[in-house]
Write a protein that binds this ligand. Structure first.
Ligand code: 3PG
Length: 306
């Protein structure tokens, strides 16, 4: 059982040590490919791999073709838009994620970003507080519900929209349910995005939703840059000089937004939502256990294709 961990953005050392122990205790061999800069290094590393663990690394059809022995790929994290699921399925390769394992880290960053924007990106001057403000959770999954709980701790009034989660599940957390996205955006001074990047959601957050937000509102994106319609974001921020946008990964029009909007816009230079030792350990070790359980017991829990 040859397992490759390919992470352009490496896990913390404690996580790598834990992954190695799980693989080696199960009689497997770990090959580590970190901080690679050319895709050929990825192709070479997977050539004789039985299993593959990645983060946001792109597992394209070319990677799948290069990995002739591959039986399982685990995305150590939540979003699996970086995996070519059709290519995996065509070869009978099981694809999994590790849902929830890094959710707390992302939720803490989302709320931290709200504070940062409320305090004018820590520039001198008068800011505002989160207490008493309305917080909208767009998708009530593992991260969304943690952001809701932290927001309530801050004294925020929390609303959510998620067509896939029963109304009662949201309401029992003391969160008000919105009938659609338009209602959520029109009610909330902060909207925190937690939708995945899919064919349906790509570029779905644009002018119509953002122009309906209350005065001084802020959109917080710790999900994916692809869900934003960037041209429409630019247009609405030009028209509405009170709106703010904060993102955990630079949009393609980062330079324009930065130059035009000053303290109304901020983006982390590299996605850092899951960049905590705790999240690395939780997601990395879960991925290693899932790989071992698949080879030992045929366990396909958390499979996302097929
Ligand atoms: C996820 O989908 O789990 C997060 O975006 C984390 O991605 P990362 O592993 O690249 O930090």
């Amino acid at each position: 059982m040859k397992i490759v961990v390919a992470t352009e953005k490496p896990f913390a050392k404690t996580a790598v040590d834990g992954i190695r122990k799980i693989i080696e205790d199960a009689g497997g061999e770990l090959r580590l490919l970190e901080k690679y800069t050319v895709v050929d290094a990825f192709y070479n590393a997977v050539a004789d791999a039985d299993g593959l663990i990645v983060r946001s690394d792109k597992v394209t059809k070319e990677v799948i073709a290069a990995a002739k022995q591959l039986k399982i790929v685990v995305r150590a994290g939540a979003g699996y838009d970086n995996l070519d699921l059709s290519a995996c399925t065509a070869r009978g390769i099981v694809a999994m994620n590790t849902p929830g394992q890094n959710a707390n880290a992302v939720a803490e960053l989302a709320v931290g970003m709200m504070v940062y924007m409320a305090r004018n990106t820590f520039q001198p001057g008068t800011g505002s507080e989160l207490k008493g403000k309305s917080l909208g959770i767009h998708a009530y999954g593992n991260v969304g519900r943690l952001v809701a709980a932290i927001g309530k701790g801050f004294g925020m009034e929390v609303h959510a929209f998620d067509p896939f989660v029963p109304k009662e599940t949201i309401e029992k957390d003391g969160v008000q349910v919105c009938a659609d996205a338009a209602e959520l955006y029109s009610r909330c001074q902060y909207v925190s995005l937690h939708i995945p990047a899919t064919a349906q959601t790509k570029q779905s957050i644009g002018y119509a939703l953002l122009s309906g937000m209350p005065k001084g509102a802020c959109l917080v994106n710790t999900a994916r840059k692809e869900v934003i319609h960037e041209d429409e974001l630019l247009k609405v921020m030009e028209e509405r000089t009170d709106l703010k946008y904060v993102s955990d990964i630079a949009p393609d029009n980062h330079a324009v937004l930065q130059e035009k909007f000053g303290v109304r816009y901020f983006s982390t230079p590299k996605k850092m939502g899951a960049e905590t030792a705790e999240a690395n350990i939780n997601a990395g070790l879960a991925a290693a256990r899932q790989v071992v359980n698949f080879f030992k017991h045929g366990d396909k829990t958390f499979q996302v294709n097929g």
